[in-house]
Design a protein around this ligand. Structure first.
Ligand SMILES: [Zn+2]
Ligand SMILES: [Zn+2]
Length: 354
């Protein structure tokens, strides 16, 4: 199979030929039809995440947003069949640890991260474990292009806004950073009848946020995090009920924190880069006197896919609408380089593999 391979950090990927790994008895091989280029891939390429214990060994094969068709299953697989159209959560789980048994597979103690513990999704095939758990079947109306987004960014935003933010209709949601996760969060919060304020430094991303349902947009260019917070407070009559950091920089965290009204909830969905390596200050006294909450959000537990896929099937949610460019396996470096300059809008998805 053709695979895009990282042989050095921040250097061009090479497309190489590798054998397709046979599935374990509980596993499956999936023919990839669509595979997203996510900022977490960019983080790996940038040699980030080492402070989380994810030291990428080179050569590496990243990519973790996969939509495809089951090509082969192991002898112990029961519910997944050859020909099923599926997506695979980026947190491939064992199904047996205490977190998995509690329905929180996104926190699996033995998680398999594509690109780290197995070959990733920028390839013609991926081989997954525990296929009955990790292959999520797509309802008929949901295409594999949508499924790619459902492997990471869209489902991450869904869990962040709906479960961790616990947004209620009529409440204000502020979204800081209108990249893939951010635009997804805007669309999802608006579909949940929240009033959405989107914040970014680029007008074309704010324009896309308005298309996705934001009722107000704020260009943060040249503003301090405190000033951005005040503009959000002015736009929302006192502050957001829920505010999401969809990027993961110190300034986006502080913008978001400063956007909250009393008893507001900050949701951290973005991961930081090497500048901060995860170390960001927290205005602790404001947390206390305003009774704020700061919660983290990672992925989306497998059982929560049913309601998410139902909303996509009924066209209440439109992940594919955020796909702005379909690319070839040979083009991933170009996309990553443009992500360094924040020069991509929405999702860029590999749909040409040969
Ligand atoms: Zn587990
Ligand atoms: Zn991702």
């Amino acid at each position: 199979m053709r695979v895009a391979q990282m042989t050095a950090f921040r250097k061009p990927f090479q497309v190489v030929e590798l054998p397709v790994a046979a599935p374990r008895a509980d596993g499956a091989v999936i023919r990839v039809e669509a595979s997203g280029v996510c900022r977490s891939d960019w983080h790996f390429w940038n040699h980030d995440l080492a402070w989380l214990g994810m030291n990428l060994a080179l050569p590496a094969n990243t990519g973790h947003e996969v939509g495809g068709v089951v090509e082969e299953v192991g002898r112990d697989v029961r519910s997944i069949k050859v020909g099923d159209r599926v997506t695979v959560p980026f947190h491939e789980s064992d199904g047996t640890c205490p977190h998995c048994r509690a329905g929180l597979q996104n926190l699996c103690d033995n998680v398999i991260t594509p690109g780290v513990q197995r070959l990733g999704g920028w390839a013609q095939y991926v081989t997954v474990t525990a296929a009955d758990l990790n292959c999520i079947k797509l309802p008929e109306p949901v295409d594999t292009l949508s499924a790619a987004a459902l492997g990471c960014r869209f489902m991450t935003a869904y869990h962040a806004v709906i479960d961790r933010g616990a947004i209620e209709p009529g409440e204000w949601t502020a979204v800081h950073g209108c990249g893939g996760v951010g635009l997804s969060a805007v669309q999802i919060a608006a579909a949940a009848d929240s009033l959405v304020v989107a914040v970014d430094v680029e007008e074309r991303k704010l324009a896309k946020a308005r298309e996705e349902g934001a009722v107000a947009t704020i260009n943060a260019r040249g503003l301090t995090p405190e000033q951005v917070g005040q503009v959000v407070k002015d736009a929302t009559g006192g502050g957001a009920h829920v505010s999401v950091d969809a990027l993961g920089r110190g300034f986006t965290f502080h913008q978001s924190f400063n956007s909250l009204r009393k008893r507001g909830r900050h949701v951290q969905a973005g991961i930081t880069s090497q500048e901060e390596s995860g170390q960001v200050s927290l205005p602790l006294d404001l947390l206390t006197v305003m009774k704020l909450q700061v919660v983290g959000s990672l992925g989306n537990p497998h059982p929560k896919y049913a309601e998410l896929l139902e909303l996509v099937a009924r066209q209440k949610l439109h992940p594919a609408r955020l796909v702005t460019r379909q690319i070839s396996l040979d083009d991933v470096t170009d996309t990553l380089e443009r992500m360094t300059r924040f020069d991509t809008v929405g999702f860029e998805v590999i749909t040409r593999f040969s």
